[in-house]
Write a protein that binds this ligand. Sequence first.
Ligand SMILES: O=C(O)CCC(=O)C(=O)O
Ligand SMILES: [Fe+2]
Length: 349
Amino acid sequence: MKTERAPPILDFSAFYGNDATAKQKLVDDVRQCCLHNGFFQITGHPIPLELQEGVMNWNKKFFDLPLEEKSKVSLQTNTWNRGYELLRSQILEEGTQPELKEGFYVGDDIPKTHPYFVNKRLNSGPNVWPAGLAGVDDFKRTTQAYYYAAVALAKDILKVLALTLDLPEDFFSAYAAGAVATMRLLHYPPQQSDSDAKLARGIGAHTDFGGITILMQDEVDGLQVWDKEVADWFDVTPIKGAFVVNLGNLMMRWSNDRYISNLHRVINRSGKERYSIPFFFSGNPDYVIECLPNCKREGEESKYAPTTVEKAVLGGYSDSYGRAERYKKAQEAQGEKVPVVAAKEVAVA
Ligand SMILES: O=C(O)CCC(=O)C(=O)O
Ligand SMILES: [Fe+2]
């Protein structure tokens, strides 16, 4: 395990406290991370450990369901990104095999009368729930309570990010109002120890598409963050109660590439089942992303034309799913069917 250059652990409680020096130190540390590789970890946040553990337990129980039950709430049954995603549905890293992870997508529970649903806006519609899961009402309650707690935490993190750019604390509030965010419960079956050489991935090297991501890991490692200065991967050891926070492509573009959206990946060589819950904060779909103040010098040009949140995020999706589809078609053309199997059937070395 290489951990020496892993994202630092910052105590986020300084943001809520009255100690101005501690708060300034937090802001300075976050700024440093944003400039370096866009990754840090936080403890001292307001999401109770009990809620974190509650949603993680449900994550495990959901993936224990038979494939038939999970498939009843397939992502394919709707167009707004809710429900179950099979193993091997995505390839985020060009040249690698379809990824060894299965997922369950949850978002804001948008009713069908809401203008976002009516107008088919980014990832907007009602959640779907697996009727065959014993205790499904508690699954729903816990998962949604965690989702809305993550939305609130994302808004606080954005306040700290505003301060890192010497902007008013509420600078991102219009971007965050009416925000779209997606959360996925993820399960990575164990992989063979030579997975790297065989280009097998839990999730291939990628950057996230949205504004910020808040990730909860269970106790099993596997997440790695790229460090371009030393050209190597570093392991992010899970810490009970902590979150990994990283900036997405939207934030990088918005800051004129001053802040980094960094490569990361998962290879689960632990021999154990790995579970995680990333929460992707995209923002208000109509919000126009245009070079932030203090992110270019006098007379310097912005590198990117203004675009909306919705356009920027949708562009990222079509690339990654298109790759998995092309891979499967190419394999099938060679007479090799890419198996769609339940996680438990994946061979382990
Ligand atoms: O599962 C993890 O630890 C990371 C997941 C991730 O990077 C993603 O879903 O974008
Ligand atoms: Fe990611």
